[in-house]
Design a protein around this ligand. Structure first.
Ligand code: DC
Length: 223
């Protein structure tokens, strides 16, 4: 029986960086499910399909093939055979991903791929609905959060470091809008599972957050 750790939470709570490090320490595979929604958002942007147009996004799914592979302990995603791991990180893809993620057929389309990964590997999987919908039987569930201003500042620093020109205020507005969308959609909204451990990283640095999470995983999973 494989061990699954579900980590959900809002934008910029540090899910991906922390989960990646914890997975490395535990020898688990890290799966960033947001990347899958980003691929669909990117496909629609490239094809000029409005990401809020349920009907046309749903139609486009038949033209999309997604694959995930881990290369040098880093997750790569392939959209119709092309590695788009860097491209999906562009800022405009974030809102596109949030928009398409509200479409029920999109969520259905990605379900088996996510569950399949957890069936054959010990995983730390991060997203918005991992503990509530994708892996409801996950051995460990964590809801990672932090104050919006702190999350926006972290995200702003990350984007600037990547050379993207952004105003802090627009990063904060964007983050609040995306959280609102993700928490208020009808299908699989972002929320903590009833049996999740809620961890607020507002006052924690990266190493402290990793320590708390590793300890939570070990305690809960009995490993
Ligand atoms: O984690 P991220 O910022 O890369 O995710 C991009 C968007 O994808 C996010 O705004 C909501 C959506 N998403 C989702 O609905 N469910 C998931 N499991 C992961 C991401």
């Amino acid at each position: 029986m494989k061990v699954a750790v579900a980590i959900d939470g809002p934008v910029g709570a540090g899910k991906s960086t922390i989960a990646r490090q914890c997975a490395k320490e535990l020898g688990f595979i890290y799966v960033d499910t947001g990347a899958l929604y980003r691929c669909i958002g990117l496909y629609c942007l490239n094809k000029g399909i409005s990401t809020t147009d349920n009907e046309n996004v749903t139609k486009a799914l038949s033209e999309i093939k997604l694959d995930i592979s881990v290369i040098d302990s880093t997750q790569h995603v392939f959209l119709n055979g092309v590695d788009v791991s860097a491209e999906i990180r562009q800022n405009e893809v974030s809102m596109a991903a949030s928009n398409v993620s509200a479409i029920p057929k999109v969520r259905e389309f990605l379900l088996d791929l996510q569950r399949g990964l957890a069936k054959s590997n010990n995983v730390i999987m991060d997203g918005r609905d991992i503990g509530t919908v994708i892996l409801p039987d996950a051995r460990v569930k964590i809801y990672l959060t932090a104050k919006p201003e702190i999350r926006a500042k972290r995200r702003y620093d990350e984007l600037i470091a990547k050379g993207q020109q952004m105003e802090y205020q627009s990063v904060l507005d964007d983050l609040n809008q995306r959280d609102y969308n993700d928490m208020h959609r009808e299908t699989a909204p972002l929320k903590a599972a009833d049996d999740a451990v809620v961890i607020d990283t507002s006052e924690l640095n990266f190493n402290e957050a990793c320590e708390v999470i590793i300890k939570t995983i070990k305690d809960r999973a009995g490993i």
